[in-house]
Design a protein around this ligand. Structure first.
Ligand code: NAI
Length: 390
């Protein structure tokens, strides 16, 4: 099949198997170039390990510190007529490369919010690993079915209290327009916290602990975001921000329940990057285009793999783990640097559809967006017929 990108409303509907495979190879090569990770995990469970930050975490654990990795994700498998999702191909590629390197890698595909998946993971750990010394929680989902009640919750990306107006970009055309979003109802705030807050992380850690599959001194880390002034109303002060506050509070609760096995739970506040999840957040693509320009000019730009490599080496690998006054790991340290944010704030009011290509790095944004779906690579011939199955 010949596979070309199909993009609608900032969502890429398909993925290229060979391009995804090469993206995984690039990430592995990056980690290998940095050398072995000291004090890294040996048996890691990655919940949400097929794309974005979770995939990068898996690659650093596996190829940086030689860890056996078990991943959970929710991806569509390919058929003869239709390609699978990018996460499907990334996972297949990771498994292939791990097998070549003699590294254990198993991947389960299904709903991480369900009790059944938790039990399946526990059984797999018991059968294959005995226990795990790292649990990465990296889910990004618009919907969650509560495993007890069966109720379905949906997350929304909305401001709270009052409507929000700002500039937003169509990254495909470069057109910048004002848009406005009405505030969320209380019900929408609650639902978003149910989906993207820490409740499911707590359920995971309790189930793993009860089953006796957490090693002494186990660490667990979940990912959060704070971000700049320009996205504040819709992100940190909005519905998703409430969920992230809940996630961050949950780390304290989990650390308490793990105290008898000297376990620790952390939230790492990561940098804003192009992933399937972030591309659909209003304002974020325009912010990213400006941020990339500024960070590249200053020589401090990072992608998912650079961020996760630094997390494992310079934060989780240290004793004690360096954290801010609220106990959070800050991988957004370079993004939030005063000189970086001052420059973004200077560019923000000036940027228009006409000037975005000069003031911002729209090309870099679009390249990353295509790359995560396996497209836009110079080393892949997209006119060539490829098998949908890797
Ligand atoms: P992503 O969309 O690339 O990855 C999400 C992962 O969750 C995938 O592996 C997907 O298969 C899995 N998943 C979703 N629903 C699932 C379900 N029901 N069952 C099993 N697996 C499921 O997202 P990204 O951006 O890597 O996000 C991961 C975390 O990092 C999120 O908590 C996000 O808020 C956080 N983060 C993201 C930033 C960004 O700019 N992308 C910045 C800072 C934090």
């Amino acid at each position: 099949m010949i596979i070309k990108p199909m993009i609608r409303n900032n969502i890429c509907m398909n993925a290229h198997p060979e391009g995804c495979r090469r993206d995984v190879l690039d990430q592995i090569a990056y980690v290998q170039r940095q050398g072995p990770v000291e004090n890294g995990p040996k048996r890691a469970l990655i919940i949400g390990g097929s794309t974005g930050y979770g995939l990068a975490s898996r690659i650093v654990a596996g190829f940086g510190s030689g860890a056996k990795t078990l991943s959970v994700s929710f991806e569509k498998e390919p058929s003869e007529k239709r390609p699978g999702t990018m996460g499907w191909y990334n996972t297949a590629s990771y498994e292939q490369e791990a097998a070549k390197a003699g590294l254990y890698a198993k991947s389960l595909n299904g709903d991480a919010f369900s009790n059944e998946m938790k039990q399946q993971v526990i059984q797999t750990i018991k059968d294959d690993l005995g226990d795990v010394d790292l649990v990465v929680y990296s889910l990004a989902s618009p919907v969650r079915t509560d495993p007890q009640s069966g109720d379905v919750y949906r997350s929304v990306l909305k401001p709270i209290g009052s409507a929000f107006s700002a500039k937003s970009i169509n990254p495909q055309t470069g057109e910048i327009k004002e848009f406005s979003i009405e505030p969320a109802s209380d019900e929408e705030v609650e639902q978003t916290v149910k989906v993207m807050g820490g409740e499911d992380w707590i359920l995971w850690m309790s189930a793993l602990k009860q089953a006796g599959v957490l090693a002494k001194g186990v660490r667990t880390v979940a990912y959060s975001y704070i971000g700049p002034e320009v996205t504040r109303a819709v992100y940190r002060d909005g519905t998703i921000g409430k969920a992230k506050e809940h996630l961050e509070r949950s780390a304290g609760e989990i650390t308490q329940t793990l105290s008898d096995i000297q376990g620790e739970a952390y939230v790492s506040v990561n940098k804003a990057l192009v992933t399937r999840a972030s591309a659909v957040i209003p304002v974020v693509p325009l912010y990213l285009a400006l941020l990339f320009k500024v960070m590249k000019e200053k020589g401090i730009h990072e992608g998912c793999i650079e961020q996760m490599d630094r997390l494992f080496r310079d934060r989780l690998g240290k004793k004690p783990v360096p954290v801010d006054e609220e106990g959070r790991i800050r991988m957004d340290d370079w993004e939030m640097r005063q000189d970086v944010q001052d420059r973004v704030n200077e560019l923000w009011p000036q940027v228009t559809s006409e000037s975005i290509r000069e003031l911002g790095d729209l090309e870099g944004y679009n390249q990353d967006f295509l790359a995560i779906h396996g497209f836009g690579r110079a080393d892949v011939n997209y006119d060539e017929d490829v098998s949908t199955v890797l």
